[in-house]
Design a protein around this ligand. Sequence first.
Ligand code: ATP
Ligand code: MG
Ligand code: MG
Length: 551
Amino acid sequence: ATEKPSHFLQNILKRDLDEGQVTSITTRFPPEPNGYLHIGHAKSICLNFGLAEQFGGQCNLRFDDTNPEKESDEFVESIKRDVTWLGFEWAGDIRFTSDYFDTLHEWALELIRAGKAYVCDLSPDQAREYRGTLTEPGRNSPYRDRSVDENLALFEKMRAGEFAEGQCSLRAKIDMAAPNINLRDPVIYRIKKVRHHHTGDKWCIYPSYDFAHGQSDAIEGITHSICTLEFEDHRPLYEWFIANLPVPAEPKQYEFARLNVNYTVTSKRKLRQLVDEGHVDGWNDPRMPTISGMRRRGYTPAALRNFCERIGVTRSDSVVDVGMLEYCVRDDLDKNAPRAMCVLRPLKVTLTNYPEDKIETFVAPGHPNRDDFATRELPFSRTLYIDVEDFREEANKKYKRLVIGKRVRLRNAYVIEAEDCVKDADGNIIEVLARVIENTVGCDPEDGVKPKGVIHWVCGSNHIPCDVRLYDRLFIEANPGSGDTDFLQAINPESLQLLNNCMAEPSLVDAKPESAYQFEREGYFCLDEHYSEQGRAVFNRTISLRDSWAK
Ligand code: ATP
Ligand code: MG
Ligand code: MG
């Protein structure tokens, strides 16, 4: 096998180990617990945990919880579950940036004492105006030259809750004329009178992302702090804090291109909007590009990991075709999903020459080329059901299914020949009359008239009644929200099709949620834990057998 060439981060880690810059690798995956993880996060997870695995290091799971108003334990729990499901193990206990609030506060005091931070009373609007633009330098805040003692006193009052939100903030004193706007005296602490899901009411001031992130990396001994490209401009600030604080280690930041996938959105804000406005049925709706949604739909960890491997890691932004993800899902399920038969739109077939009280049982393989799969038992009786699409009164040669006067093979069972059909008052076909051709299980008819095709079926007297949810892409446009349009306008009105009164073969009584089967000729499906009720199974279509979007 040819080995995949290594990507730039693998090269950096290898170099740092070879040159002795580091003795071991420690990475982290740092989600903010303000939503469910999506396919983009899967890339970051596979990258951070994957690098640690590859180089014999460790990867921490750290919740970057510095915006208490949007964060919750529900999100923390969902994220832990998603990382574990993908097959990764974080090093030691989970960590929270909020675990470091005392240390971060102490380091803020340290900056004040060193004359490198000050309490600024500019309103957020004023501060924005003073900051300047890309082409114009900023101006110093009128509060920039407060004395150390005054700043210490004011910061203590901030901490004690004596000021209102937005009344003042603590800023690092760097350079208001720096070409990089992030270095123009960035805010490092702001007042938020909000209860925190982890620290409760202990704090009413919270560190900014920039002040918290690198220092948390340092506290944990992270060697390589990997983030997405939008943080490239923050790197000088990351380095400034590390250089100006008594941190126990000197982590380095590296950036890579975030994952964008067409026909979907990977922004927590937009995903939250889909949930809050009821466009989908929760964060784990099977149409959502969230890890929990994909899991519920029947996508597998192996498929997602394979996808993340294939898309690679670069520093240039691009959009990956969702067809690639779907390919990875099909590829894995084709190899690993057990086979079964389920009739989605049942049409009754009566076998006129088959005895009323006779029941046979055929045995079918669990998978066509895996003998490690258990076989299935298929009851067979005079009444069967096939799909309405699989019968026509007459048809041309291209139609390789059941036609009056023609033969078809029932998968894993007999060849039958249609004789007639019964219609209701409106002319709809409601029943097919057919006859079994004897001695055709596993062999062709003795008279030499071969069946034209193979169709799936279920036994009329022994099957599982069920509902099926057919999903399609959630958006019909490749780039939802492009130009000036609202991304909601690109929602596919046919992303969900509900089929009631479907019939599945009895072996599906063992179906477990999230674990997909191939329903032969129909696609891959898994039981839905939430929609299923006692006595009524509901199956999600994970994915069709073929890509119907391909041009
Ligand atoms: P969003 O933009 O969806 O709100 P985020 O970056 O704010 O995402 P975090 O919870 O902070 O969400 O993300 C945790 C980690 O996952 C970060 O290191 C972030 O860079 C990474 N990440 C988020 N989205 C993507 C993506 N689309 N591709 C790759 N990595 C991503
Ligand atoms: Mg973030
Ligand atoms: Mg975000």
